[in-house]
Design a protein around this ligand. Structure first.
Ligand code: FAD
Ligand code: SF4
Ligand code: SF4
Length: 479
């Protein structure tokens, strides 16, 4: 092994500089600055090049992390980019928003007492360098094929599949009901985690590679699933999950109580320069308001941090379990606390009070009881613990379920699970309809970008095998 590596002993862990909380709450720009070349190389050199790299095993894409860290440490950045991009269609995006503490970095085995290699930040650095130096090029298939694939949904699952299939020369059409491609990368995740120009740069690259992107095209409204099946040799469903979970307490229908995606989409659209009447008239703008966000996942973290940046008077996050049992990334909770968000642990909503608009949340304290069927301790309300929390805007971030796809697509024959996710054969990724595949959140339920990319890549392979299996007998018969 090169002498350049194993530097974790005398080089401490370092992230790119983070902007001070006081500065970053004044805008929606990303909070981390870029690594300078020397610093990225120093950090990459901390890797001990494990024989069995647990970081790689726990990356859903099985990225060849030790190799690209080694190449970075040796200043062979173009090769590092080749390796990093060979397993990941969006390394600059994963480097920014993967919950690395639960994935690659959380499993880095640098000796106890030393902190993990900053894998995500190096991955972002390598890919940003590649963009700056012109190494990132649109797909150029070695040959064009006649067969076409229709992809419903232009989020990370659909776009990763599109790129992989285009590499093999297929004619690709991506249909999305929104006016921009990117799915939750554009309208869910806020700019301070992932700047929209980063997503738009990726989408442009796909269009330049010959992928046809159809925006404002809703399957179910502008075409049925059956029509797409007639038009294409295979169809991929990658529509994500968007139905907000509800909380069943009195007063939930009062004014100024909104689902998280309504609130975040308005903020993201505003940042993109769109006209957003509900934001401009103050309805979906937290400025000057006492904001209460209910939920403990990453979506809740995005809402509280958005509200802080909109100059809310106060921002509280109510979560029914404690910090240790929160589903959101610990790093995001830490950022939110730095930015002035108050976390109210072990607390649940009992009722919303006011008329016609919400004026307060009546909340009760909770304790963690016996573990439930999943092994997690179930929260139980403490009697007589009810209290009032004043609120002018309440945001519900309790998770997402799938929409009713068989109804939406006019395809009652499409099999779904009892949770409404699309049923696939996990070997072939095909649904019960011949030539119709599915990938991403619509199969797994709300998950992560990196898993959507992984599913999109796997679906692309499965679609290729399916089309080849069909083409082969026809070719043999013709000969
Ligand atoms: P989506 O990204 O949801 O894309 C689906 C696309 O399908 C959408 O563009 C939609 O318009 C389109 N579509 C739906 N129905 C139709 C139809 N009938 N016709 C045409 N098009 C249709 N993950 C992380 O890894 N890190 C994070 O920090 C993170 N933060 C998040 C923050 C928020 C607020 C949310 C909501 C999610 C976050 N996630 C995060 C999760 C991540 O965004 C998703 O797991 C991922 O985007 C799923 O990808 P997908 O392609 O399956 O679906
Ligand atoms: Fe880590 Fe995500 Fe990159 Fe994999 S894709 S190496 S999990 S940051
Ligand atoms: Fe390097 Fe850590 Fe991965 Fe080992 S686990 S190869 S030290 S990044």
């Amino acid at each position: 092994m090169t002498e350049r590596m194993l530097k974790f002993v005398d080089t401490g862990q370092g992230m790119p500089d983070k902007r001070a909380a006081g500065e970053r709450v004044g805008d929606f720009d990303e909070i981390y600055k870029e690594f300078a070349v020397k610093r990225a190389e120093e950090q990459a050199a901390r890797c001990s090049q494990c024989g069995v790299p647990f970081c790689q095993i726990h990356c859903p894409l099985h990225n060849n992390i030790p190799d690209w860290l080694h190449l970075t440490a040796e200043d062979r950045l173009e090769e590092a980019y080749e390796v990093a991009s060979s397993t990941n269609n969006m390394p600059e995006i994963c480097g920014r928003i993967c919950p690395q503490d639960r994935l690659c970095e959380g499993n880095c085995v640098i000796e106890k007492g030393f902190q993990s290699v900053t894998i995500g930040a190096v991955e972002k650095f390598i890919t940003e360098t590649a963009f700056d130096r012109g190494w990132v090029k649109p797909v150029k298939p070695p040959r064009e094929r006649d067969q076409s694939v229709g992809i419903i949904g232009g989020g990370p699952a659909g776009l990763a599949a599109a790129e992989q299939l285009r590499r093999k020369g297929y004619q690709i059409d991506v249909y999305d009901r929104y006016d921009r491609m990117g799915g939750l990368l554009i309208y869910g995740i806020p700019n301070f985690k992932l700047e929209k120009s980063v997503v738009e740069r990726r989408t442009r690259l796909l269009a330049d590679g010959g992928i046809r992107l159809h925006t404002d095209f809703e399957v179910g409204r502008d075409a049925t699933l059956e029509e797409l099946r007639q038009k294409h040799d295979a169809v991929l469903i990658a529509t994500g999950v968007y139905k907000a979970r509800e909380v069943k307490v009195p007063g939930v229908g009062l004014g100024n109580i909104f689902p998280a995606m309504t609130y975040l989409t308005a903020s993201n659209r505003k940042g993109l320069g769109d006209k957003v009447p509900d934001f401009d008239d103050g309805t979906l703008n937290a400025a000057g308001k006492r904001v209460v966000v209910i939920g403990g996942g990453d979506t809740a973290m995005d809402c509280v941090r958005t509200a802080v940046r909109q100059n809310a008077r106060s921002v509280s996050c109510l979560y029914r379990r404690d910090r240790a049992n929160m589903p959101g990334s610990a790093r995001e909770v830490h950022h939110a606390e730095e930015e002035g968000v108050e976390f109210v642990w072990l607390t649940g909503p009992e009722a919303f009070v006011g008329k016609p608009n919400v004026k307060a949340v009546r909340a009760f304290r909770m304790r963690l009881g016996a573990p439930d069927a999943t092994g997690r301790q179930a929260p139980e309300p403490i009697s007589d613990s009810s209290y009032r929390l004043d609120a002018d805007l309440v945001i519900l971030a309790l998770g997402f379920d799938p929409e009713d796809l068989p109804v939406m697509f006019g395809a009652p024959e499409l099999d779904v699970t009892r949770w409404g996710t699309v049923k696939v054969d996990h070997e072939t990724m095909m649904t019960n309809l011949d030539g119709v595949f599915a990938a991403g959140d619509i199969v797994r339920g709300a998950s992560l970008v990196v898993w959507a990319i992984r599913d999109g890549r796997d679906a692309a392979e499965a679609i290729h095998r399916h089309i080849m299996a069909r083409a082969e007998p026809a070719r043999v018969a013709a000969e």
